[in-house]
Design a protein around this ligand. Structure first.
Ligand SMILES: Nc1nc2c(ncn2[C@@H]2O[C@H](COP(=O)(O)OP(=O)(O)OP(=O)(O)O)[C@@H](O)[C@H]2O)c(=O)[nH]1
Ligand SMILES: [Mg+2]
Length: 328
C-alpha cells in the first residue's frame, strides 16, 4: 500500500518548490492506473486554482529539435548552465518518439547532461516510455504546468527531429529552435522544409575548431533560404546563428535573440495568442484521443468492425449507414 497524500498536500508542496513531491506528482501523471490518474487530475486542478489566483513569474517554454547527433543534449547542457548561472530555474523535459519502442529515453543517457543534472537549479525529467506520441504530448504538457507551478521559469523541451514529434513540440512552446549541422545536406539532415518553416530560429551547432568556417558558410546559406519563406505574420524574422556547445561561443547571442522574440511577441500580443491557440489544440487533440479510446474499448468492437468493413468493401453497406450502425 502506498502512502497517499491529499491533492492539497501535493499542490502545496509543489507550489513551495518541493522537488520530491513534484517528481511523485509527475509519476502520477504518467501512471496508467485509474486511481493515479484521478489523483493526478486533482493535484493539477489544485495547483492551477492557486496559480490562477496568484500567477507566478511568467515562464518561457522553448522547444529544441534537430537530427540525432546534431548536439541537442550537449547544447541543452551548455545553455542550461548559462541560464542557471543567471539565476533561472530550469526544467528539461523530452518528447521522445523512440521511447515507445525501446522503453528507453532521449534523456535516459544522463552522462550527456552530467553537470546539469547535478545543478540544484535544474530539473531533468525523461520522457515517459511506452506511449503513443499523442499520449506523451498530453503528459508532457501537464508535466510542464506542474514544473512552472514549482517555480521553474524556463522549460526546455528536447525532441529528436525524425518524425511528427517536432510538430507536437512546436505546439506546446513559445519558441521553437532548430539545431542544424554545417556541411550536411538538407536531405541528409532529413530536414523537410516544413520543419524549417516552424522554427523561430536556426542555430548551426558545433561551430568550433576546423568546423568554424563551414558553420559560417552554412549560416549564410540558411539565411538566404529563409528569405524565401513567407513572413510569419508576427513581425519576427527567424534568425540564423552559429554556436558551439563545447566552447560556449554564440550562446550569449542566441539567448539574447530568444529574449528579443519574447519581448516582441509579448508586446504585440502574439505570445498570449499562441498560448491560447495551443490550449485549444491540446483540448481538441485530447478529446479526439479520448473518443477514439472509448470507441475501441467497447467490447466486441473489433469483431463488429471486421464484419462491417467486409460489407463496406463488398459494397453491400454504405459507409454512412455503417457509421450509423456502429455508433447506434
Ligand atoms: N565539436 C563539437 N562537438 C559537439 C558539440 N556539441 C555536441 N558535440 C558532439 O556531438 C555528439 C552528439 O552530441 P549530442 O549532444 O549527444 O547530440 P544529440 O542531438 O543529443 O543526439 P541524440 O540524443 O542521439 O539525438 C557528441 O559526441 C558531442 O560531444 C559542439 O558544440 N562542438
Ligand atoms: Mg540527445
Amino acid at each position: 500500500m502506498r502512502n497517499r497524500l491529499t491533492p492539497d498536500q501535493y499542490a502545496n508542496g509543489i507550489l513551495a518548490g518541493d522537488r520530491f513531491l513534484l517528481s511523485r506528482a509527475i509519476t502520477l501523471i504518467e501512471s496508467r492506473r485509474p486511481d493515479d490518474q484521478q489523483l493526478a487530475q486533482q493535484v493539477l486542478t489544485a495547483v492551477l486554482t492557486q496559480t490562477n489566483n496568484s500567477p507566478a513569474k511568467p515562464s518561457l517554454r522553448i522547444g529544441i529539435t534537430g537530427v540525432p547527433g546534431v548536439g541537442k543534449s550537449t547544447f541543452i547542457e551548455t545553455l542550461g548552465k548559462y541560464l542557471t548561472s543567471q539565476g533561472h530555474q530550469l526544467a528539461v523535459l523530452a518528447v521522445d518518439p523512440t521511447s515507445q519502442r525501446s522503453g528507453g529515453s532521449l534523456l535516459g543517457d544522463k552522462t550527456r547532461m552530467e553537470t546539469l543534472s547535478l545543478d540544484p537549479k535544474a530539473y531533468i525529467r525523461p520522457s515517459p516510455a511506452g506511449e503513443s506520441l499523442g499520449g506523451v504530448a498530453h503528459r508532457t504538457r501537464e508535466t510542464m504546468l506542474l514544473c512552472e507551478a514549482a517555480g521553474f521559469d524556463i522549460v526546455l523541451i528536447e525532441t529528436v527531429g525524425v518524425g511528427q514529434s517536432e510538430t507536437v513540440v512546436h505546439g506546446m512552446v513559445d519558441f521553437f529552435l532548430l539545431l542544424m549541422l554545417a556541411g550536411a545536406g538538407d536531405e541528409l539532415q532529413g530536414m523537410k522544409r516544413g520543419i524549417m518553416e516552424l522554427a523561430d530560429m536556426l542555430a548551426i551547432t558545433k561551430a568550433d575548431g576546423v568546423n568554424t568556417a563551414a558553420a559560417q558558410r552554412a549560416q549564410v546559406d540558411y539565411q538566404n533560404a529563409l528569405h524565401l519563406f513567407p513572413p510569419t505574420g508576427t513581425g519576427w524574422f527567424p534568425p540564423v546563428l552559429t554556436c558551439s556547445a563545447l566552447t560556449g561561443t554564440g550562446i550569449d547571442d542566441l539567448w539574447r535573440a530568444i529574449l528579443d522574440h519574447q519581448r516582441l511577441t509579448t508586446a504585440s500580443g502574439h505570445h498570449k495568442q499562441r498560448r491560447q491557440e495551443q490550449q485549444l489544440a491540446w483540448f481538441r487533440a485530447l478529446l479526439q484521443q479520448t473518443l477514439d479510446h472509448r470507441f475501441y474499448a467497447q467490447s466486441g468492437i473489433r469483431e463488429r468492425l471486421t464484419t462491417i468493413e467486409a460489407q463496406v468493401r463488398a459494397g453491400t453497406l454504405l459507409p454512412g449507414s455503417a457509421v450509423r450502425e456502429l455508433l447506434g
